[in-house]
Design a binder for this molecule. Structure first.
Ligand SMILES: *[C@@H]1O[C@H](CO)[C@@H](O)[C@H](O)[C@H]1NC(C)=O
Ligand SMILES: *[C@@H]1O[C@H](CO)[C@@H](O)[C@H](O)[C@H]1NC(C)=O
Ligand SMILES: *[C@@H]1O[C@H](CO)[C@@H](O)[C@H](O)[C@H]1NC(C)=O
Ligand SMILES: *[C@@H]1O[C@H](CO)[C@@H](O)[C@H](O)[C@H]1NC(C)=O
Ligand SMILES: *[C@@H]1O[C@H](CO)[C@@H](O)[C@H](O)[C@H]1NC(C)=O
Length: 466
């Protein structure tokens, strides 16, 4: 049948909500190009299979029982050695880094979800200060933190336990879905991966309390969230009660952009585990590129900013090299569709200009290739948000650095030696720079030069399959 181009258009009109998802084949545009319309029903997504782990078995065998980590050890693993002593002696300790803060309490406590106050019993008069955390893994961003509801932590000389409206046997984990929710990169980078890092070891025995509860975020990541907790998530705004817990974690641990450091606390988790977790949660078939028979390439086609002006020429060249090219018109597709994730997972190569759509690298099989078209002025985020993480997760990373002449900014600034090209970081104040490089730039790829990158991509794919 030869290579074909597919164009996927995501349509989620409310009227379609009650039909199963289906794919419509439309008229062929040319011999090779076909448009597929994928109508996707939210209902199907919501009802997709979930495995809610059953509660832990009780082992009668003492040797086995010893190996089951206790709640105290699970909580203390979330801290560095020096802070563990503090947790043992005072029942409370925190880990603070540039991007994240999380605090751990390892004794009975109360959480009043009406005021988002955590009250820890204490007979120590001197520790009666109050402490405030805004639980979001982007602590360096003061403007963003203002959107996160604060959690107050206070100590009280409680002699008789106050009335608990709900008694829980598992620890609470408090985090927020405010912030940059709506942008896939930020959702996964600042909430999903930190949540995995913080709670995976608890084997679903945690109660999530999600502040600034965003229903669409919860719907979108339902498959993942249900693997991390066996309980319904508490939305403090709709469940204003006093809950009692045997311990709590407030805030989530962040390691680095789209990555997990297995030697950092809580230790032992890796990107491999996370990708395995994603594949399991979304039922993705391919773990290694060698399992895929065709050299399928997915091109993320942005429509508003950072657009490929000569996309057709790029596609023609890719097809000449033997790729089966799939064009996806909206990066946000990832936000709705399990089917879309399966599609990404079936590709050997992902090509995109810098942007949140590159977060899709997470769903590529091992040994696949990600090609990032690196635009003027965006080297830092390109490398730190997507390039380095790709390599660290077992995906080959190729960078195609554009020349000034390939950027639409060339028409504006006129010459190669303009400061906008020679020193993008210094050329404009930060917010103006963002407008210029992130929102004001499109690219006309030099197809001959880009071919070299794609030849390399093809040979990496072929090597991976040997
Ligand atoms: C208890 O566990 C140990 C080590 O896992 C095993 O060797 C032993 O056979 C077990 N005993 C029973 C009664 O299951
Ligand atoms: C805590 O309360 C108890 C009972 O009210 C009292 O006996 C004790 O002195 C208090 N401790 C401190 C440190 O205030
Ligand atoms: C009581 O508080 C003081 C000051 O915060 C602290 O140094 C001390 O370790 C605390 N004692 C206990 C038993 O928590
Ligand atoms: C509040 O949370 C408790 C404990 O998780 C739950 O049993 C209860 O049904 C919730 N109430 C509402 C109104 O959601
Ligand atoms: C991983 O974490 C450890 C412990 O915090 C740190 O020493 C090391 O530099 C980190 N590695 C990377 C690649 O960030």
């Amino acid at each position: 049948m030869g290579t074909s181009t597919f164009i996927l258009i995501n349509v989620v009109p409310p009227l379609l909500c009650c039909f199963p998802s289906f794919v419509l084949t439309l008229f062929p545009l040319s011999k090779r190009t076909r448009i597929y319309l994928i109508f996707f029903s939210g209902v199907q997504y919501l009802s997709s299979s979930e495995t809610i782990p059953t509660s832990r078995k009780v082992f009668m065998n003492e040797t086995v029982q010893e190996k089951q980590p206790t709640l105290t050890s699970l909580l203390s693993n979330l801290l560095k050695e020096e802070d563990r002593e503090k947790l043992e002696s005072t029942g409370f300790a925190c880990n603070k880094e540039a991007a994240s803060i999380h605090c751990v309490a390892n004794g009975p406590l109360q959480i009043d979800t009406k005021t988002m106050t955590v009250t820890i019993p204490s007979s120590n008069q001197t520790t009666q200060e109050t402490f405030v955390i805004r639980p979001y893994a982007r602590q360096e961003d003061d403007n963003l933190l203002k959107t996160i509801t604060p959690v107050k932590i206070s100590w009280q000389n409680i002699t008789t336990p106050q009335i608990c409206e709900y008694n829980h046997e598992i620890p609470a984990v408090i985090f927020s879905s405010s912030g940059f929710v709506g942008n896939v990169f930020h959702e996964i980078n600042e909430i999903i991966i930190p949540l995995f890092i913080t709670t995976r070891h608890f084997k679903s025995r945690v109660q999530f309390i999600l502040e600034d509860y965003n229903p669409s975020f919860v719907r979108k990541y339902r498959n993942l969230l249900s693997q991390l907790t066996e309980q319904e998530i508490i939305n403090p705004v709709s469940n204003q009660s006093v809950h009692c817990f045997p311990g709590a974690v407030i805030g989530l641990k962040f390691h680095n952009h789209l990555s997990i450091n297995s030697t950092d606390i809580p230790r032992g988790l890796s990107m491999r585990d996370f990708r395995q977790f994603l594949r399991q949660s979304f039922n993705l078939k391919f773990s290694h590129v060698s399992q895929i028979t065709r050299p399928r390439l997915l091109l993320l086609s942005r429509r508003v900013t950072r657009r490929f002006i000569n996309e057709d020429d790029m596609i023609r060249m890719m097809e000449e090299l033997g790729f089966e090219v799939i064009v996806v018109a909206r990066a946000k597709l990832i936000s709705d569709i399990k089917m879309f994730l399966s599609l990404i997972n079936s590709c050997c190569v992902l090509v995109a200009a810098h942007g949140a759509g590159l977060t899709n690298e997470l769903f590529l099989p091992d040994g696949a290739v990600m090609v990032q078209v690196d635009l003027i002025g965006l080297e830092w985020p390109a490398e730190n948000y997507y390039g380095h993480p790709a390599r660290a997760m077992g995906v080959h990373y190729l960078r195609y650095k554009i020349e000034p002449e390939e950027s639409s900014l060339f028409k504006i600034f006129g010459r190669r030696d303009h400061v906008a090209f020679t020193d993008p970081r210094g050329a404009f104040p930060v917010l103006v720079g963002k407008q210029v490089y992130l929102n004001g730039q499109n690219v006309k790829i030099n197809v001959e030069r880009f071919r070299e990158t794609m030849v390399e991509a093809m040979s990496l794919v072929q090597d991976s399959r040997l």
